[in-house]
Design a protein around this ligand. Structure first.
Ligand code: SF4
Ligand code: SF4
Length: 324
């Protein structure tokens, strides 16, 4: 579902656990083990934890959250994580100094590790975010706990930069809490201290939802506050609407947008669209927006709603990749 370097994450739900996770925790798309303060814990102990997990048959992706006052043990952890094909996560609350962080990221990345940074939004100034984007950080893990309604906005702020993958740590109590964060651009939603059975259910439910819908973290329309991936549903930019602000943010002119959409649709099942507003499905809305014109066009070419959304997902990736 999400590949970040050697890390293959099969469900967008991550669980943060102690070094001794429960059987339910081990079913998460990504299992993040924390508690490795390398001032107190040796690399040998860390490796033993990973080996124990392997013996329990953990099949999904695994990460280790490590901290240390010195750089050398962290470099050792990075080499170990790379060798075990695990994620290594740093926590800004443990590093504290942004200068040290910006020096550490390239050093750790040189070990070949997939690297994540967990950070609170209040610690992520625009300047630091910009500097992080210039590094090879793989995952930006936003700790949104306690932010209530502001969390999705924070996710969109980071996702629209189109830098590292975005993981959102939040107070998730039901399926829709996770779906809201995913629909604003989070690639993964993480939970800490959640009921293990609920986490296991949510992880499986998200995989099923993806299989049924074709795009489990599909964005909202741009005019409904969606992130830049929502450009995949946008009409030609001929009227005064929020698409212009989104295009500006994406660094693409309205003419380029029209050209890109048409060329990316050419020869695909998004190209036709007889009877729709703009004559091609490439300009059509999200499948959840009821529209008998689009549905008739889909039926005519035998394209299911799920397949339509998969094509829109690929279109969003290509539109944004080609503008970066
Ligand atoms: S182009 Fe259409 S879908 Fe996009 S923001 Fe404007 S009205 Fe909404
Ligand atoms: S035909 Fe329907 S789905 Fe397509 S752009 Fe018009 S309103 Fe949206």
């Amino acid at each position: 579902m999400l590949d970040v370097g050697y890390l293959h994450i099969t469900s967008p739900i991550a669980v943060i656990s102690s070094p001794k996770p429960s059987a339910s925790d081990r079913t998460a798309g990504l299992l993040l083990l924390e508690g490795f303060d390398l001032d107190d814990v040796s690399l040998t102990e860390m490796e033993a934890c990973l080996d124990t997990l392997g013996r329990h048959g953990k099949m999904g992706a695994v990460g280790i959250c490590a901290s240390c006052s010195g750089d050398e043990p962290l470099l050792g952890a990075a080499r170990l994580a790379a060798r075990k094909l695990c994620l290594l996560e740093l926590r800004m609350s443990k590093i504290r100094d942004p200068i040290r962080l910006l020096e550490l990221i390239p050093l750790l990345k040189r070990c070949g590790v997939i690297l994540s940074l967990r950070i609170r939004p209040e610690d992520l100034s625009d300047v630091l975010l910009q500097k992080i984007l210039e590094t090879e950080l793989d995952i930006l893990h936003l700790d949104l706990r306690g932010l209530n309604g502001a969390g999705p906005r924070m996710v969109k702020r980071a996702a629209d930069k189109r830098g590292p993958a975005v993981m959102a740590l939040a107070d998730v109590g039901e399926f829709d809490d996770a779906k809201k964060l995913l629909s604003m651009g989070a690639d993964v939603v993480s939970m800490r201290g959640a009921d293990p059975e609920f986490a296991e259910w949510l992880s499986k439910a998200m995989v099923e939802y993806d299989a049924l819908s074709g795009w489990c973290n599909a964005p909202k329309h741009i005019c409904a506050g969606g992130d830049l991936r929502g450009l995949a549903y946008c009409c030609p930019p001929v009227k005064n609407c929020p698409v212009h602000g989104a295009l500006k943010k994406a660094g693409i002119t309205p003419d380029e947008f029209v050209e890109k959409k048409l060329s990316l649709a050419a020869g695909t099942l998004l190209e036709p669209g007889e009877g729709t507003c703009f004559g091609s499905l490439v300009w059509c809305c999200k499948i959840s927006k009821p529209c008998y014109l689009r549905d008739a066009a889909l039926a005519k070419i035998g394209l299911s709603g799920k397949k339509y959304m998969e094509l829109k997902k690929r279109l969003a990736e290509d539109l944004l990749r080609k503008t970066s």
